[in-house]
Design a protein around this ligand. Structure first.
Ligand code: PLP
Length: 395
């Protein structure tokens, strides 16, 4: 017999992947430029030139070092350089010992959740949220509770959140800049979150860890500042990846930071190493460990995303769509033109516009548009968006 839970995860592909696969097939029929695929969050800007330069330089290194194993938690020199870079930016005092190198944010989260979880534990997140959280939390034999979205501004509904916190709460997962809303949590939100967590820890005599999922940390517009979560709350674990900031999603490289200020930080870091070992996530790709160390202070040229955001946001609001104003990431969250976002997504599909219904993010009534696409795709899609609006108005 095979494991039923794994069979389920493996045989049901995500709504996003299904739409993306549909788009690829549809393009073969009607032509590449006739399908407006806004389904997937694959960075459309190239990795910055420094990545190629770093790779070329590294390829001159002895092969047995370059392609050999590093220690399970990562190359100490790489971790030192990343710690120095983070310290310069956020005024922290990390050393290599606070870092664990991973194969992307997916692994960072999976490892962190496993490192914390005992049977019966609960994690809390905030809708709308990245759907894989459910898989990772359930696979660690814990339960994911979801705070409903505060659709006024997509910050946090603290009243609803507090009701979910209990003695069983092991962790709280946040993602800012957010996939799918594009919203960045304000300093006030992070301060209030820290205050609530401290109060609840005291009340229950427990430790509640804040897992900060930050693959979009550098992708912000209009000078928006993303509050650095560990500066506000000591029990924070940072889950980072270079998938978006350096446009390297296929290289699978990221890290976990366990700050010294976190409760039982030494034991927690040992548990992170243990979870990495148990899950088989040891020794992240060494070539890319070394590459990101050389590019630690660099971000891709996000101007193209900023331009796309303005084109889409201005274009759609002018047509009468209600959109959440995105300060970061590369997603626009748009109010569905009918209560059922799945039906709206199907309607848009008839015009070869592929948008993801928000139900998959734990929130009804919206669709996500990934604008990490070419400017041409957005411009060409506008008449279709106009037609869709006209059709709904005529109903
Ligand atoms: N967390 C969020 C919010 C994401 O959007 C993604 C990827 O899109 C991930 C985690 C996983 O990132 P990675 O590709 O680095 O594993």
């Amino acid at each position: 017999m095979i494991n039923e839970a794994m069979y389920e995860y493996g045989s049901k592909s995500s709504v996003i992947r299904e739409l993306f696969a549909y788009g690829l097939e549809r393009k073969k029929v009607v032509g590449e430029d006739k399908v407006y695929d806004f389904s997937i969050g694959n960075p459309s800007i190239p990795a910055p030139p420094q990545v190629k330069e770093a790779l070329l330089e590294l390829l001159e290194e002895p092969a047995e070092i370059l392609h050999g194993y590093s220690p399970a938690s990562g190359d100490p020199e790489v971790k030192k350089q990343l710690a120095e870079s983070v310290n310069r930016r956020f005024g922290t005092h990390y050393t290599a010992d606070n870092f664990y190198m991973t194969v992307g944010a997916a692994a960072s989260l999976n490892i962190s959740i496993h490192a914390l979880t005992d049977p019966g534990d609960e994690f809390i997140t905030f809708a709308p949220f990245f759907p894989e959280y459910t898989v990772w939390v359930e696979n660690a034999k814990a339960k994911l509770l979801v705070t409903p979205a505060d659709t006024r501004d997509f910050q946090i509904d603290f009243e609803a959140f507090e009701k979910l916190i209990s003695r069983k709460t092991k962790g709280v997962i946040i993602n800012s800049p957010n996939n799918p809303s594009g919203v960045v949590y304000s300093e006030e939100t992070i301060r209030r979150l820290a205050e609530v967590l401290r109060r609840k820890q005291k009340e229950y005599g427990t430790s509640i860890y804040l897992i900060s999922d930050e693959p979009y940390r550098e992708i912000v517009y209009d000078g928006t500042v993303v509050p650095y979560a560990p500066s506000y709350y000591e029990n924070t674990i940072v889950c980072y990846s270079y998938s978006k900031s350096l446009s390297l999603p296929g290289e699978r490289i990221g890290y976990i930071i366990v700050p010294n200020e976190a409760a039982e930080s030494k034991r927690l870091m040992a548990a992170v190493n243990g979870a990495g070992r148990a899950l088989g996530y040891v020794c992240a790709p060494v070539l890319f460990q070394k590459t990101v160390a050389k590019c630690a202070d660099i971000t891709g040229d996000i101007q193209a995303y900023a331009k796309n955001r303005d084109l889409l946001y201005n274009g759609l609001t002018k047509l009468g769509y209600e959109c959440v104003y995105p300060q970061g990431a590369f997603y626009l969250f748009v109010k569905s033109l009918e209560p059922d976002a799945n039906a709206f997504s199907e309607h848009a599909k008839r015009h070869d516009v592929l948008v993801v219904p928000s139900d998959t993010f734990g929130c009804t009534g919206y669709v996500r548009i990934s604008y990490c696409v070419s400017e041409r795709t957005i411009l060409n899609a506008m008449p279709a968006f106009a037609k869709i609006m006209e059709e709904y108005k005529a109903l």
